[in-house]
Design a protein around this ligand. Sequence first.
Ligand SMILES: NC(=O)C1=CN([C@@H]2O[C@H](COP(=O)(O)OP(=O)(O)OC[C@H]3O[C@@H](n4cnc5c(N)ncnc54)[C@H](O)[C@@H]3O)[C@@H](O)[C@H]2O)[C@@H](O)CC1
Ligand SMILES: Nc1ncnc2c1ncn2[C@@H]1O[C@H](COP(=O)(O)OP(=O)(O)O)[C@@H](O)[C@H]1O
Ligand SMILES: [K+]
Length: 530
Amino acid sequence: MRQSAQKTGSLRMGWAEVLTTARMRAIEAAAMASGAVSGAELMERAGAAVAGAIRLRWPRPGRALVLCGPGNNGGDGYVVARHLAQAGWRLRVLGMDNTPGPDAALMKQRWAAIGAIAPLTLDQLRRKPADLCVDAIFGTGLTRAPKGEIAAILAHLGQDRATELVAVDCPSGLCLDSGGFLGRPREAATDELRARLTVAFDSPKPGHLLERGPDCCGELVIADIGLRRWREAAVAPMIGVAPSFDIPDSRRPAHGTAALDKARAGGGHKFTHGHALVLAGGFGHGGAARLAARAALRAGAGLVTLGPPRAALIEHSGPPDALMRRGVDDADALAALLADARISAVVLGPGCGVERAAALLDPLLAAERPCVLDADAVTALAARGPGGLHPACVLTPHQGEFARVFPDLAAKLAETSPHGPFYSRIDAAREAAARSGATLLLKGPDTVIAAPDGQLRIHSAFDVPWLATAGAGDVLSGIIAGLLARGLAPLDAAATGALLHAAAARRFGPGLIADDLPDMLPAVLRDLGA
Ligand SMILES: NC(=O)C1=CN([C@@H]2O[C@H](COP(=O)(O)OP(=O)(O)OC[C@H]3O[C@@H](n4cnc5c(N)ncnc54)[C@H](O)[C@@H]3O)[C@@H](O)[C@H]2O)[C@@H](O)CC1
Ligand SMILES: Nc1ncnc2c1ncn2[C@@H]1O[C@H](COP(=O)(O)OP(=O)(O)O)[C@@H](O)[C@H]1O
Ligand SMILES: [K+]
């Protein structure tokens, strides 16, 4: 191909409702049952959107190969072929030799009236080179791991890094409910499909945002195919954020930093902006807590107090001078301190030591104060069991800590299966939140946040790998605590915290160390208009 695909628009934050494949099907069914739109019309819109996205990125027509599978994803493919041919592209279409459903059959027929269909075989695929390959083999209807000829075709596409791949709805084989590839290990593989561009319909699905999805989908465009009315009629949205969704502006819901509006409303004094207490560990282990405390200040808590054992107070005498210090030797001292109702959020865990964290857990939970339980506090929970927490506890395990507290869920999450959908990070976070009674934030480039009542947020940030740096998690705890202190609800504090955290890393860029993150927050808050 003479020109390469250009990423349109700058990296920007996009919030969207995320639909499971089952909900997507239900919304499509409701739209069709209403009589307002037919399946064939939806397919025409879907295929036209894919062709439009291709033409925007590759304005000069070239040679395209369109691979059409057995179902409606294949139906979309025939529509794409028709539009590209009309725009002057030279087309080769390979199609499965089956009788698809009525809508896809109609699209196949419409294509057949203007062009040939060769059988979808590895031999045909290898015959002539193309500049662009459109993968319309499987979409949301994939139920089992591809086998035989189709598996060989997908492996060939995965190994061919020379042809630009455009995926219709998803790279074929991807489980859109989990982000894994059916029948394959859940880790990255060298021969998995990597699209340059993926055009999905109406809303992102979890698999676009989790695990292998973001890497394999490439640029993700969410095309409006006119289903908004039926989507909005449905309840309990799952919200997702990623830095580079391309979503029609009119459909971007008012999430993101909207929760901060409430927190900044009205003037008030320092106590109305909340008081966060960050419990620290013994002498020589205070760095993690200091990172969290600085982050809580930068996230806008009115006051932040660092609480190490008295013997370690001297370690914390340096800046920031805005920070207050108070010795907290044991459980009784913490209980006494929490009698002050103005302390509106607490961090327990970073650099605390497992023993001290275990000892401080009881008075902290008894006070029923909004809190972040991270690092050593999560490990301490593994010994006592995660039950008995409350919804204003935000548990922030990384994968390893999660496995310590919820070994059975972590084991399910590592499993692969030839049948879909895979058990997903959403399933795991949701079960862990329900079991513990706390809000659970499962860390990673694909952070999933679940409230015990089942509400969900996904924060997908695969573009900031440099955030995987020592102490970054401590900063996240502090940001969330700062937001809790300001009065944000736990789910909002956790989700907005994850967003601000990744945005700070994005704004700083590579070379980041955790110490840099808190001081990026003012610029990030300004950027986001918060
Ligand atoms: N339903 C609708 O109204 C719309 C659907 N759209 C498209 O339709 C797609 C979903 O269509 P379908 O539900 O037909 O599903 P797909 O087209 O994704 O594929 C399912 C088909 O493949 C078969 N299949 C599943 N796993 C297989 C395997 N491992 N090996 C061989 N065959 C396998 C199924 O039996 C079925 O025939 C979406 O991804 C989207 O591209 C769009 O046209 C928008 C409108
Ligand atoms: N590859 C990655 N891309 C983006 N963010 C990541 C990546 N890996 C980890 N993170 C984020 O970085 C932070 C690391 O936290 P954690 O593992 O607790 O580190 P630490 O214990 O050193 O503070 C988490 O917020 C996590 O979501
Ligand atoms: K596909």
